[in-house]
Design a protein around this ligand. Structure first.
Ligand SMILES: [Zn+2]
Length: 477
């Protein structure tokens, strides 16, 4: 019988991350673990937190981030912590900060920053840095295919040779043996667009053999969406690897509605193989400014431009007019640059959010000068807007898609659930008021309704502020 604990949450509405119904309970924490859940009147705590009227949930796991460098550069991770996020998956879309030693980061690798201060020759070097100066939250890392290509190939506009594939297989194997959780690709981007399916299969197999996973920003998210889903299913099947389709969506008005078919394909494949997706709750996307992405959007907003910072937050159409040139020339002049593309429909978005295999991932870009609001708003928006206000699913289901489900997919042992023995990554929020505040005009706004956040048993956020404590860990597979 438990007699004492460090911390006791009293009388909370516990949503445990399984998707099951919530119940009122007390939760005890000692050290970095949850030690008991239930009626704990006889347990003497060091600290007691009255959680009456509030939800206590597992800390949210952001399934899709580009926080590789942010964890080192901004270790308090306020954009994420203020939403209740306690673990992030980094290295997505083929872009990982490691292993990359002496090469110029070509777009979109420059989304992580360009200075050589942030170069790590291998996963271990990155992991050591993280161990030495931890962030407030936990992370797990994927190794990016584009990063591997930049390291192994002298030209990226062609398939890799057998020799180059061997080099990438070896480098990837090394990352995975050091604890990296899988491989990511960004097949829509110039550094990987010329990689044939077979090249990806050979690499994904390395992850599959070790029971790790494969995540992909697919080759096409517009007219050839269905082909891309089929390619992804084939890669997962032939490489025998658990697969995650990144930020599943369809872009461009002419293609709206195609998620009906894409989700059917995924649901069918789920009968024979492990395949899930992540999604962010917005109808605009954001990445580097590329001509290939511009034509399909209703509107394009510049988020950053190294060469013309005066055009940040301006619409590309207006910028081209002001420059007195056509759109392709304006794009060229603005480089290197990032943009927000308004190009999806609410209907497709809600359909993907509701899909049984969907997890929540922000895809936030922490180094953009005027970031997409998903960086600060994703999780409270799903809980407050889509679950509570729109009723797309129950709050329990919303929480499951950002905790227990995600922990299972990424193999995060003892995380993502509230149960005795699990790590004490916790968020305490008000289910009546939780909502995002970040928008396209003012994207760097903390959400409301998130009261307190704990990582590995330590309080990292409360009363709208970071505590400055940094108990986060780089979690290794
Ligand atoms: Zn992506």
């Amino acid at each position: 019988m438990l007699q004492s604990c460090d911390l006791k949450f009293k009388n909370a509405r516990v949503i445990d991350g399984t998707g099951g119904e919530s119940a009122t309970a007390d939760v005890a924490v000692t050290g970095d673990r949850i030690t008991a859940v239930g009626k704990l009147d006889d347990v003497n705590p060091g600290t007691v937190i009255d959680a009456t009227g509030l939800v206590l949930a597992p800390g949210f796991i952001d399934a899709h981030t580009h926080d590789d460098r942010a964890l080192i550069a901004y270790p308090d991770m306020v954009a994420k912590v203020s939403q209740g996020v306690t673990t992030v998956v980094t290295g997505n879309c083929g872009i990982s900060i490691a292993p990359l030693s002496n090469r110029e980061p070509v777009p979109p690798l420059n989304l992580l920053g360009e200075s050589d201060k942030w170069r790590f020759a291998d996963f271990d070097a990155y992991a050591e840095t993280m161990d030495r100066s931890p962030a407030a939250i936990n992370s797990v890392m994927l190794t990016g295919h584009s990063t591997l290509r930049v390291g192994a190939m002298d030209a990226l506009d062609r398939p890799a040779t057998t020799r180059e594939i061997d080099t990438m297989v070896e480098t990837l194997g090394k990352s995975l043996s050091c604890g990296c959780v899988g491989l990511s690709t960004g097949l829509a981007y110039p550094p990987a667009i010329n990689a044939p399916t077979e090249e990806v299969i050979e690499l994904a197999r390395v992850a599959g053999d070790l029971g790790r996973l494969y995540t992909t920003h697919m080759r096409d998210e517009e007219t050839r969406l269905l082909e891309s889903v089929e390619e992804t299913i084939r890669i997962g099947h032939e490489a025998a690897v658990a697969t995650v389709i990144s930020h599943h969506k369809v872009c461009g008005r002419d293609n709206w509605g195609d998620t009906r078919e894409s989700l059917k394909l995924i649901a069918e494949a789920r009968k024979h193989q492990t395949i899930d997706c992540d999604v962010y709750p917005y109808t605009a996307s954001s990445t580097v400014l590329l001509e290939a992405f511009v034509h399909r959007a209703d509107r394009v907003m510049i988020t950053w431009s190294k060469s013309h910072p005066q055009f940040n937050t301006r619409d590309l159409d207006d910028v081209a007019k002001e420059m007195g040139c056509d759109i392709p020339t304006a794009i060229e002049r603005l480089q290197p640059a990032g943009a927000i593309y308004f190009q999806m429909s609410d209907e497709d978005l809600e359909r993907v959010l509701q899909f049984e295999g969907a997890m929540i991932g922000s895809d936030g870009l922490p180094h953009d000068e005027h970031p997409h609001p998903r960086l600060w708003g994703t999780f409270p928006k799903v809980v407050g807007h889509y679950a509570r206000d729109r009723g797309l699913f129950s709050m329990e289901e919303a929480i499951h898609r950002m905790t227990g489900k995600t922990a299972t997919v990424f193999g995060l042992t003892d995380r993502g659930l509230i149960r005795p023995g699990g790590f004490a990554d916790l968020v305490l929020f008000d289910p009546e008021t939780i909502i995002d505040r970040a928008n396209y005009e003012s994207p760097e706004q903390p959400s409301v309704g998130v009261h307190q956040v704990y990582v590995n048993g330590q309080k990292i956020y409360g009363d709208g502020e970071s505590t400055g404590t940094r108990p986060g860990r780089l979690l290794r597979a």
